[in-house]
Design a binder for this molecule. Structure first.
Ligand code: HEM
Length: 340
């Protein structure tokens, strides 16, 4: 599914007037690509209502989800309304209905024609529904969480990888060489094997996530008083773990600000501490979609970089990273995409 979505996607980089290059906001494009991959793998694009409306609702949901409200920072009492929470609740209600209707439609299809129901994430969840399994509400929760957690994050990391490679032509050439030697033959290996077969491609993605972690901070609220070294942590205090800071810390990394993918080549990884690199978090709440995201990224990069070269557009402003839930390039990624 991932491969066919990526292959359907790259056609938009074919210039309609026959010129070799197109100029696009690649950050926006990656958002569309990862959305298309999620919509296919989660529910085979069988969404109740219009696909475009659904994509728009996802966008609105992400814009309101997890947003820090100034009233919270000011520790305002709970009875003071929070504008983002109100807006978020309205979008969530609409979105939940859409997801609920989509699940209901699939339930009917499975009942009518179980043999021909798509074998996607939604069908798997519905098969786990029942008195000893998941409730209908939990199924909706799972779908909403997967969309919320798996869409923006992967899009941002793909965009930053293309940006880093545009600024490191030598590293890009190494990836192009690897892609040619593994995928350039008469028969291509099955896409499920690409992650293992393309360690250089995986390494550029991981190094880009070190410099630009899609989730730059991870938040926890203390459930009880605690002590960490000399620091007293009071109940209800919010503790932030900042992958952004850990990933760029001078005591942990040589040349922390430089893009050096070889740090992540398999032969060099053993030198890395378990908690030195946290793009997917750590511990019991570690990202459940990490392998999904890595596989998706390597397939997307494999398909795109074999056909196109991504450079910053002439006079393009280098993007300033801003934290808006994820690490986003302010103003997008203005790039020139040239057929190889
Ligand atoms: C490059 C892409 C991704 C990054 C950087 C990322 C990052 C993270 C991080 C840092 C956490 C931990 C949050 C915390 O501890 O508070 C997390 C949790 C989670 N992620 Fe991802 N994620 C990515 C892709 C995905 C994908 C593709 C999916 C699903 C298809 C997904 C689903 C989830 C879920 C469900 C959780 C919550 C797990 C739990 O609380 O038990 N993520 N992710």
């Amino acid at each position: 599914m991932m491969l066919s979505q990526c292959e359907a996607f790259y056609a938009r980089y074919e210039a309609s007037d026959g010129t070799a290059s197109v100029r696009r906001d690649v950050s926006h494009d990656m958002t569309e690509l990862t959305y298309e991959i999620l919509a296919t793998t989660l529910f085979s694009n069988q969404i109740v209502g219009e696909q475009a409306d659904f994509a728009e609702d996802v966008e609105k949901l992400l814009n309101t989800m997890g947003r820090v409200d100034p009233m919270d920072l000011l520790k305002a009492p709970n009875w003071i309304p929070r504008i983002f929470r109100l807006r978020g609740a309205k979008v969530m209600k609409k979105f939940r209905k859409l997801v609920g209707d989509t699940a209901e439609e699939r339930r009917r299809l499975i009942e009518r024609d179980p043999e021909n129901a798509p074998r996607d994430f939604l069908t798997l969840l519905l098969q786990a529904e029942g008195p000893d399994g998941l409730t209908a509400e939990e199924i909706e929760d799972n779908i909403i969480t997967f969309i919320g957690a798996g869409h923006e994050t992967t899009a941002r990391s793909l965009g930053w990888t293309l940006y880093c490679l545009a600024n490191a032509p030598h590293e890009r050439a190494l990836v192009e060489e690897e892609l040619e030697s593994v995928l350039g033959g008469e028969t291509q290996p099955p896409p499920v094997e690409w992650l293992d077969l393309l360690p250089r491609t995986r390494a550029v993605f991981e190094e880009a996530m070190r410099l630009y972690p899609p989730a730059p901070s991870i938040n926890r609220a203390a459930v009880q008083d605690d002590q960490w070294g000399d620091i007293k942590i009071e109940k209800d205090i919010t503790v932030l773990i900042m992958p952004w800071t850990v990933h760029r810390h001078e005591t942990l990394w040589d040349e922390p600000a430089a893009f050096i993918p070889s740090r992540f080549w398999p032969e060099n990884r053993s030198a890395m501490h378990k908690y030195q690199y946290l793009p997917f978090g750590a511990g019991p709440r570690i990202c459940i979609g990490a392998t999904f995201a890595l596989q998706e990224a390597v397939i997307a990069l494999g398909v795109l970089l074999r056909r196109y070269r991504f450079d910053m557009a002439p006079q393009a402003k280098h993007p300033w990273p801003v934290q808006k839930l994820t690490t986003q390039p302010d103003g997008g990624l203005d790039m020139l995409i040239t057929k190889r």
